[in-house]
Design a protein around this ligand. Sequence first.
Ligand code: SF4
Length: 364
Amino acid sequence: MEDTIDILGLASSELAEMAKAVLPSGAGAAGRIYSRAFHEGRLALDGLGLSAASEAAWRERFSVRLLRPIRVVHDESPAPDGEAISVRDGQARLTAKAVLGLADGGEIECVRIPMAGGDGGKSTLCVSSQLGCRMGCAFCETGRSGLVRSLSAAEIVAEVLTARIVLGWDCNNVVFMGMGECLDNLGEVSRALRALGDSRGLAYSQERLSLCSCGPAGGVEALRALSLKRLNLSISLNAANDDKRNLIMPVNRGNGLAALAASLAAYPLRRNFALGVNWCLMPGINDTREDAREAAAFCSRVGRCIVNLIPYNPGSAPIARAPSEAELERFASWLAEEGCAVKRRASKGGGIMAGCGQLGRRSS
Ligand code: SF4
């Protein structure tokens, strides 16, 4: 199993070529085997008319490895609008965090976020791309643990499949906003995107996939070179002057705001697409009128943007308190006065340490 090739990290065309190259017979079933791997979460060889020898050869060379659910926690804490939802009301409406075990014993987390207004179980799955993270953002639980290792494409895809097949979550969209910096693991992330989009597998269109990045040097340029023109992208900004951003996001020391803005301005935008600029509001740190002015100036250098305003979730070592509703409203109105398109985002999952910047803490 360990030295077999995990089909989940491959595109269907790659599997077909590999099967042809390494199997003495039975390679013609590659398309159906690929499709079943992504829909059933297993190496399903039954009913394909393969000989016993072909089946044995497939098992010797290839595998399908889902992750091991360790625990799932649902967030029953009241939503920001005051509505309390209990598990009895229907789990599909609750934000939920799953801790998943990797083959080497590591543990990662993914979060199901119900889609706004949806009671039919539609949700976005927030996945991890690394075990830990080396970016060291001051407000982030994952950043505090440092980087243990990057995930393989197969492990990233296995997160999605484990959520869909084992946990029964309906993951309409996938956003890379969990543990890790996705542009710090772009090779494997791009392979995972390709597998997730494969028409023989889950067939996620690029519009249903989003990357969220803190903007490491060269990252946006490397992403642009992949020509994934319909992929969504958001940047975790949080401060728009270099001194302040250097302090709370050390990545800025190697890729200052001018360089980041220039790389984002050159990022391809499809029609009706706006780059997401994420601003996690931390009282006393990034919540002044001047902060709003600087954020707007950054956005005007980038082009079409929408600022996602997210309330800070104090974690195990808080650097600020959570903002009040009035503080969020005031900052949103300052951004709007400066000409920014603003969207208020509820930080869902705060009650189970599944909110923005809270993954990777073993408290639940
Ligand atoms: S916010 Fe994202 S990039 Fe920053 S340390 Fe946390 S996981 Fe890494």
